[in-house]
Ligand binder design. Structure first.
Ligand SMILES: *[C@@H]1O[C@H](CO)[C@@H](O)[C@H](O)[C@H]1NC(C)=O
Length: 352
């Protein structure tokens, strides 16, 4: 337990790893002698190459990560221990936008990408260039899923506990006015989720919101509030790739609806949630069977209980986007000091 309190972020991801995820890169033990005090000149310096402005995070105060300094100042390139490079920014700005000076010995370049493979262009041009990967995939060197759950039994040792949502059941198992909801902004006729929706709505009422349906004010919280009115939420991903599970699922979990998921395999989802916590479209031989099951669950307190009771024992955590990503990346670089890493097969890996 003391181990957890010392290495905050390390522990929080490792707690998730202990429950569902296997995050080998992130669970490399921190050196025991790591100073747990204010930043010093010994700090690991992480340069965010495409810095979007704003004050870089204080990793110690925000996340309990010691020995890390984040900067967006490119003049510090030659001193940086690592350079975090967002793939999308490289693609949008051209290759000349990569650092042009030679790489100082020991400096690691981190390939940062939160988009799925089909939205990540020209991967083949970057083979052998980077040293570490930072993506939503669990087998990244630095793995940062957009959400995960923590058993309440471990919450005392969870440094970000005050930012974790307790997933109670009292408010969720009681009756809800709405049946099935779906928030969708990007509508493509050739997307599997769209054809599935069209098929499903032949059998059941689905309330559609977002760009395509009834507008909702922007903001994660508004989506969650909307979901709270419904028993089910369609957490349909626009593409099916390993570990590509987005905020759609976590909005549903936070809002206490039972997620109906379309995305990677059931096995893949089970690395993130207990098996009964979601309904996978692949669980049913036909769309009619899925529709019928939703109708049955809607009127069955015991089935509702089956799908929601796990919540009593868990809290949910949604990482603090960029700031937390940067600090976690810096921590991993620190732990890997002196090691040589090369990302050889970027494209093949990311598509696998
Ligand atoms: C980083 O990657 C480059 C290019 O593949 C390689 O030459 C270098 O040795 C690597 N450095 C580290 C510190 O891993």
């Amino acid at each position: 337990p003391g181990f957890y309190s010392k290495h905050w972020i390390y522990s929080l991801v490792c707690l998730a790893a202990m429950t569902f995820l296997l995050l080998p890169g992130v669970c490399v033990p921190a050196e025991p002698s790591a100073p747990l005090s204010e930043p010093s000149s010994e700090d690991t310096l992480l340069l965010v190459w495409f810095h979007k402005g704003g004050k870089p995070p204080d990793c110690w105060h925000s996340f309990g990560i010691s020995g890390c300094t984040i900067t967006g100042d490119r003049r510090l390139y030659s001193r940086a221990h690592a350079v975090l490079i967002a793939h999308r920014d490289v693609i949008n700005s051209g290759d000349w936008s990569l650092p042009q000076e030679s790489r100082p010995p020991g400096q690691k370049w981190i390939w940062f990408n939160m988009n799925h493979p089909a939205n990540s262009l020209r991967l083949w041009e970057y083979e052998g260039l980077y040293n570490l990967t930072l993506t939503y995939r669990e087998d990244s060197d630095i793995a940062l899923p957009v959400g995960y759950v923590i058993p309440n039994a471990f919450l005392d040792d969870f440094p970000m506990a005050s930012f974790a949502y307790r997933l109670d059941t009292s408010s969720t198992s009681s009756p809800r006015p709405g049946f099935v909801s779906w928030v969708v902004s990007h509508w493509g006729e050739n997307l599997e989720r769209v054809s599935l929706y069209k098929h499903l709505k032949e059998y059941i009422q689905i309330d559609v919101f977002g760009g395509v349906g009834t507008p909702i004010p922007p903001g994660k919280e508004n989506v969650v509030e909307l979901i709270r009115q419904y028993r089910f939420y369609l957490a349909f991903e626009n593409s099916q790739y390993t570990d590509y599970i987005t905020e759609k699922l976590w909005n549903a979990v936070q809002g206490g609806a039972i997620p109906v998921v379309l995305g990677p395999s059931r096995k893949n989802y089970e690395r993130f949630l207990p098996p009964e916590a979601f309904i996978h479209v692949d669980d049913f031989p036909t769309v009619w069977d899925l529709a019928r099951y939703l109708l049955v669950v809607k009127d069955s307190p015991s089935l509702i209980e089956l799908h929601l009771s796990w919540r009593r024992d868990y809290s949910m955590y949604r990482p603090y986007k960029w700031r937390e990503f940067h600090c976690t990346a810096c921590r991993v670089v620190r732990e890997r000091k002196g090691r040589t890493d090369v990302v050889q097969h970027l494209a093949a890996w990311f598509y696998s």
